[in-house]
Design a protein around this ligand. Structure first.
Ligand SMILES: CC(C)(COP(=O)(O)OP(=O)(O)OC[C@H]1O[C@@H](n2cnc3c(N)ncnc32)[C@H](O)[C@@H]1OP(=O)(O)O)[C@@H](O)C(=O)NCCC(=O)NCCS
Length: 419
């Protein structure tokens, strides 16, 4: 009998082989002993039961050689809820690397989410250049701050701040979901997020509670600063959600008042302006950047986005106001990875609204790769910069300002979903 080749959901009987591939691809996960493997198999089986995520495997001659986790997420795309596909846990058998296993799996993922009705996909890259080649564009930068508690705002009121317990799970979930609809770029949570948070022995949650509602919270852990000093700890913030400024003030107050015991608060955020909240925005390294700038944080590239269906994307954004701009534009997308997405679309904007689908005339034309277009449309970069860096071309430079205004966003996308 001919052994099967192709991609399918991984059947439970193959979970041992699945874990072996993951253990070798991510040695940092420390899946070493038979007990570690058993525990991981159990965890994977539990997660596979959630209806919004699945594990897929690539088989050649009946043998599992590549795996990935796929997620059905929703994203707040300029106040519209849209489907977005997520991919994670990509791993290839050590013996089969550089045989285009990953390429085949990513192609499958993109096609699958086109079929599922998504217009975009997202991932956290192990290397941004690797996935940029596959058409993923850079999202908002992540800034990591290391702040002394006493430099964080001021100690004010904190009468609504409480420890959160499992009883607060539903209210926390609701708070998170409201925040998703409030902030562009926020995505639905990983299906097992709250189960994992409450299971994690070291995770603490404090929240702002008003009546039965929770309007903000911080999930954090403590981390020892020095091996031989058990009293000195940092607070590592995993998630910081607040629905309004009063909530933010009380949560900040809570952190501020930890100054007696806590060395520094480590916080990674996509909030571009967070340094304004700090009394002293320096990060304690005393590094001076040439010619004279005080190091305030370190930064990184995290989430990447990829448009997979440009026509559906604009249909999804039909309620978006494109900054009151009026123009007739042809957008030429180069997509060498997903041929069906390669091509052009003609759009007419009147006072910021998309009108007249199917029209053939245009006054200006732009050319851009799908990855950079994805960054542009989500608002992680502006058109003027793409044009200046020769990452986008335009039929007439007289239109650069107009196209820049068309796609400009008030707030860059933010996402705290981990996958
Ligand atoms: C990273 C990892 C998944 C890569 O898997 P892989 O199967 O070896 O990768 P592939 O062979 O599919 O390499 C990608 C190919 O797609 C090709 N490709 C990328 N974009 C392309 C495009 N637009 N058009 C055509 N080909 C393209 C690349 O050129 C490359 O082929 P090449 O090696 O011939 O140049 C694997 O090394 C691994 O398991 N690493 C450890 C775990 C990890 O870090 N996972 C990633 C988590 S996000």
């Amino acid at each position: 009998m001919k052994k099967k080749t192709g991609i399918k959901k991984i059947p439970i009987k193959d979970y041992d082989a699945f874990v072996d591939i993951v253990a070798n691809a991510y040695p940092g996960m420390k899946i070493i002993t038979p007990e570690d493997k058993k525990k991981t198999v159990k965890q994977l089986k539990e997660s596979a039961e959630y209806p919004t995520m699945d594990y897929y495997g690539l088989y050649r001659k009946g043998r599992l050689i590549g795996v990935m986790a796929l997620y059905d997420f929703t994203i707040n795309l300029f106040s519209t809820k849209a489907k977005i596909g997520g991919i994670g846990l990509v791993a290839v058998d050590l013996l089969h690397k550089k045989e285009k296993v990953c390429k085949e799996m990513v192609s499958y993922f993109l096609e699958l989410y086109r079929k599922k009705g998504a217009c975009m996909t997202a991932l956290f890259p192990f290397r941004p250049d690797f996935y940029r080649k596959m058409g993923f564009g850079i999202g908002s930068k992540v800034a990591q701050y290391s702040v002394k508690p006493q430099d964080l705002g001021r100690a004010g009121m904190k009468k609504h701040i409480h420890h959160m317990t499992i009883k607060d799970k539903t209210a926390l979930e609701r708070c998170y979901n409201r925040f998703v609809m409030r902030r562009h770029g926020m995505m639905s949570a990983r299906p097992n997020k709250w189960a994992q948070v409450f299971k994690a022995p070291t995770a603490k949650i404090i929240g702002y509670k008003k009546g039965t509602q929770i309007l903000g919270y911080i999930i954090f852990t403590f981390k020892k600063v020095q091996e031989n000093n058990w009293i000195k700890n940092d607070i590592i913030i995993q998630e910081f959600i607040y629905e309004n400024r009063d909530v933010l003030n009380e949560l900040i107050s809570f952190l501020h008042t930890q100054s007696d015991q806590i060395n520094r608060i480590i916080y990674s955020t996509q909030d571009e302006y967070f340094h304004f909240i700090l009394n002293d925005p320096r990060d304690g390294t005393d590094n001076i950047l040439v010619p004279l700038a005080h190091q305030s944080n370190t930064q990184g590239i995290g989430i990447m986005y990829r448009v997979i269906n440009i026509k559906r994307l604009f249909r999804t954004m039909k309620k978006r106001n494109f900054n009151d701009q009026t123009c007739r534009i042809k957008i030429n997308i180069k997509d060498s990875f997903l041929a069906r997405n390669d091509g052009s679309v003609i759009l007419h904007f009147y006072n910021g609204r998309l009108k007249g689908e199917g029209k053939r005339d245009y006054e200006v034309e732009i050319w851009v790769d799908v990855g950079d277009f994805s960054s542009l449309i989500i608002g992680a970069v502006d058109f003027r910069s793409l044009h200046e860096y020769s990452l986008a071309d335009i039929s007439s430079t007289r239109y650069v300002n107009l196209i820049n205004s068309l796609f400009l966003v008030a707030q860059k996308p933010m996402s705290t979903t981990q996958f």
